[in-house]
Write a protein that binds this ligand. Structure first.
Ligand code: GLU
Length: 398
């Protein structure tokens, strides 16, 4: 007999992780699946960061419970990074280090949402935002930026969505899943709307900060008047190829940092001490390896775009950051290969997995049912082969 809570029964499974699990299952059955579903760097964590973790083990000082919000020297390094790279003013006591940026976001929503509060989510959005808002008792309110506006929500759209119940706004820039990047001017327009309303918090997810091809990452929290209104979320996973180390962090107004500390103290305590020392190494050494990885993502974006453009009915934007394409594939809806009818993006993702042996994620999970997401954090060989197979499988639909 199952005795699940309604809360968990109604919670959607993480679509990215579910597709990754499905790809693993196919592989375990001997099927040669190319996985473009999970967004994670295909690079190894740079050597000097690995060495940082090894010496922390050898020092023998980091095996006990760390402070819940993270080691003081790591929080200071994060505070310095925010100032130097983003012109953000968060002192070390305004930093909370968590078990991945995902936990940072969960902490924030647990800390600020009362039952029935609304959170404006810029769509397309990263899959877990909606689930984490709902788990905290909030109501996600989606505001859509379509492909024709490079998937970017405008200040007017934001203004129209704000109600007396709006508690917060969340978006990522560079964006997962679209790769869109807000320019500083666009963020200024958004901030002008936000500053007209008291008690509105911005959750700015900047985890793809270092994978930004525009050459200029802008942080909304650095704009005039926005420091007290913004919690900036970041982490080590994407820029430093450290997904499995699970180190995320926030800079927040002090009251919110303290509340996140309290939430985390009850849920998990601090994250792994050795992983924190690795993060300290990463944040206090130069960004050379990070920039090299970003250059390689940019190169891949180039040929992946060309290959996708050769597939009839597949429409893409030009992502300015992160490592995803989010093509509109709605031209295939209603078509069939004689056996399977494709009604939507979820059907198409499964069709691609079954027929092309490539795993991608349905756009429905990201709030755009016309699209699918492909990660290009994969080798050139795999990317070329995967897109060739997708093209062949799609050609069978009519
Ligand atoms: N952020 C990555 C993605 O979107 C990791 C998977 C996840 O945690 O959802 O694929």
């Amino acid at each position: 007999m199952e005795m699940l809570s309604d809360r968990i029964k109604n919670m959607a499974e993480s679509a990215t992780l579910a597709m990754a699990a499905k790809a693993r299952e196919y592989k375990s059955r001997g099927i040669n699946v190319i996985s473009l579903s999970l967004g994670e760097p295909d690079f190894k964590t740079p050597k000097h960061i690995q060495e940082g973790a090894k010496s922390a083990i050898d020092e023998g000082k980091y095996f006990a419970y760390p402070p819940v919000n993270g080691y003081a020297d790591l929080r200071q390094a994060i505070s310095d990074k925010f100032k130097k790279e983003n012109n953000l003013d968060y002192r070390a006591d305004q930093i909370v280090v968590s078990n991945g940026a995902k936990q940072s976001i969960a902490n924030i929503f647990q800390a600020i949402i009362n039952e029935g509060d609304e959170v404006i989510v810029f769509a397309p959005f990263w899959v877990s935002y909606s689930a984490l808002i709902e788990l905290a008792g909030g109501i996600p309110v989606y505001v859509n930026g379509g492909i024709d506006s490079d998937f970017k929500v405008t200040a007017d759209q934001l203004s129209a969505a704000i109600t007396p119940k709006t508690k917060a706004i969340i978006f990522s820039s560079p964006c997962n899943p679209t790769g869109s990047v807000f320019t500083k001017d666009e963020l200024v327009s958004l901030s002008e709307v936000i500053l007209k309303h008291d008690n509105l918090i911005v959750v700015s997810d900047e985890i793809y900060e270092h994978i930004n091809y525009t050459g200029a990452h802008a942080s909304i929290g650095a704009l005039p008047g926005m420091n007290e209104r913004t919690v900036t979320v970041n982490g080590m996973a994407k820029g430093f190829a450290m997904t499995g180390w699970r180190v995320g962090y926030i800079g927040a107004p002090l009251w919110l940092a303290k509340a996140c500390n309290k939430v985390q103290g009850q849920f998990t305590s601090a994250n792994c001490g050795i992983a924190q020392r690795a993060a300290l190494t990463a944040l206090t050494t130069d960004l050379g390896p990070t920039q090299e990885m970003s250059k390689e993502y940019l190169r891949r974006r180039g040929f992946v775009k060309e290959l996708l453009d050769e597939i009839p009915g597949v429409k893409t934007n030009v992502p300015q950051g992160a490592f995803y394409f989010f093509p509109d594939v709605s031209a295939y809806f209603g078509k069939s290969d004689g056996e399977t009818v494709i009604n939507n993006a979820s059907d198409l993702s499964m069709y691609i997995l079954d027929n092309a042996h490539v795993s991608v994620v349905t756009g429905e999970a990201f709030g755009d049912p016309n699209c699918i997401r492909l990660s290009y954090a994969a080798s050139e060989e795999n990317l070329r082969e995967a897109i060739k197979r997708i093209k062949e499988a799609l050609a069978k639909l009519s």
